[in-house]
Design a protein around this ligand. Structure first.
Ligand code: TTP
Ligand code: MG
Ligand code: MG
Length: 419
């Protein structure tokens, strides 16, 4: 799929569904080699694989046409009719009455996801899953040490795509670059079944032409706010001095300042060291207003406190997680002075955390709370011996102040309900 931005660039070579943006000049950006892999029309592709009669047809996985449900996934044949994830199924039906509507089979998607993740592990142990169908891989070492890859992350990415196809009969797209932000951006540019490489020296020109909504981490609300400030594209964003972006968007302003310059130092976090305690709930019916949400969070907080007590934990960082009706997941974190030890120290922070999201404006299907930067309660740790009193690793790599959509492992830990 060639976009306007790509053709404007005039330097893109598309060959056998492979596009490579050739570098003009190397800037000293980074030596890392990061791949982002994302499966094509994931749920729908699994259905087409397992049911040959669905192949080559507009297929919608999700709610039935006359229900209040939404489209979870749709085949590329359905996208021709303007159908996309999160669209009400009734609308999808109006746009394409001949489409086949099927209910999701989450077990099948989870099985496929596990197999994909195990393929990633053959190439590096630095794998960070973002959801069931995608992950970041840091292949810097592998590219360098294995002769057949000759230093090329693109070769590794193509081999992984081939292995996924051979072993799972599913296609994946890949983005290759020198940081996570650019790799994720790239993986979307030549879908389906494509690869895109963004090299240093190309990133900034590419980003300048993109609408800000395409930047991972700029959601609907931020897009609206940016548009009001006259920021529609990367080029507009780049004109803003760092301090003005921070004034307008808080810590996240620094993230925007960096990404539009192709700078993103976040590491690929394989979560091995992640230690946090959490509780979450998926609601039968989506919550519509913030009063309901705060009430639900109070109850979730009770469970969280019980779990903290069971572990004698004392925490520094509180994270609110919410999943909107369209399955998009966001997290917001806060590390208050004085730590988090009792219910009141947590509940007093909830209204502020919630206002940092689009909750209320958008319906919410899941809420969760977790605490991290844990320390064992010193008195009980002392009773067990000094070794146990060590500080446990942080739960999130928040080096960019991340307000970005963070869907790490959420599909693994919670029950998916579509309707
Ligand atoms: P995506 O990777 O966002 O989409 P996709 O794999 O269907 O299509 P693409 O080729 O554009 O990557 O999401 C992966 C799966 O997650 C998707 O198949 C179904 C599920 N999902 C939902 O259930 N609801 C949603 O709103 C979205 C975006 C995804
Ligand atoms: Mg996908
Ligand atoms: Mg995905």
């Amino acid at each position: 799929m060639q976009t306007d931005e790509q053709s404007l660039q005039g330097e893109l070579i598309v060959q056998d569904r492979v596009a490579v943006i050739y570098e003009r000049s190397e800037t000293a950006a980074s030596d890392r080699k990061i791949i982002h892999i994302d499966m094509d029309a994931f749920f729908a592709s699994v259905e087409q694989r397992d049911n040959p009669e669905y192949r080559g047809k507009p297929l919608i996985v999700g709610g039935q046409p006359h229900s209040r449900g939404v489209v979870a996934a749709c085949s590329y044949e359905a996208r021709v009719f303007g159908i996309h994830s999160a669209m009400p199924s009734s609308q999808a039906y109006r746009q394409c009455p001949q489409a086949i509507f099927v209910s999701p089979r989450f077990d099948a998607y989870r099985d496929a996801s596990r197999l994909i993740q195990s393929i990633f592990q053959r190439y590096t142990d630095k794998v960070e899953p973002l959801s069931l169908d995608e992950a970041y891989l840091d292949v810097t070492d592998r590219a360098r040490t294995e002769q057949r890859f000759a230093g090329s992350a693109q070769r590794i990415a193509n081999e992984i795509r081939q292995v996924i196809f051979d072993e799972l009969n599913l296609t994946a797209s890949a983005g290759v670059s020198y940081n996570k932000f650019l790799a994720k951006l790239a993986s979307d540019r030549n879908k389906p079944n494509g690869i895109c490489v963004i090299k240093p020296g190309e990133a900034e020109a590419l980003l300048a032409l993109l609408p800000v909504r395409k930047f991972h981490g700029v959601g609907q609300a931020t897009e609206r706010k940016m548009n009001k400030l006259g920021i529609a594209t990367g080029q507009d964003l780049k004109k803003w001095p760092q301090h003005e972006l921070v004034d307008a968007f808080g810590k996240q302003g620094l993230y925007y300042f960096n990404i539009v310059r192709g700078i993103d130092h976040r590491s690929v976090n394989n979560n091995r060291e992640r230690k946090s305690i959490g509780a979450e709930r998926t609601f039968q019916n989506d919550l519509q207003n913030t009063h309901e949400m705060l009430a639900a969070l109070e109850l979730i907080c009770d469970t969280l406190i019980e779990r903290m007590k069971a572990k004698n934990a004392y925490a520094k960082t509180l994270t609110l997680k919410l999943r909107y009706a369209n399955f998009e997941v966001v997290t917001r974190s806060i590390s208050p002075n004085g730590g988090l030890s009792d219910k009141q120290s947590i509940t007093r922070l909830l209204p502020a955390l919630l206002t940092k999201t689009e909750a209320g404006e958008r319906a919410v299907r899941l809420l969760g709370l977790s605490v991290a930067h844990l320390q064992l309660d010193v008195s009980s740790a002392a009773a067990r011996g000094a070794d146990n009193a060590s500080v446990v690793e942080p739960a999130h790599d928040n080096s960019d102040g991340s307000i970005e959509i963070q869907a790490v492992n959420v599909f693994y830990t919670s029950q998916l309900k579509l309707l």
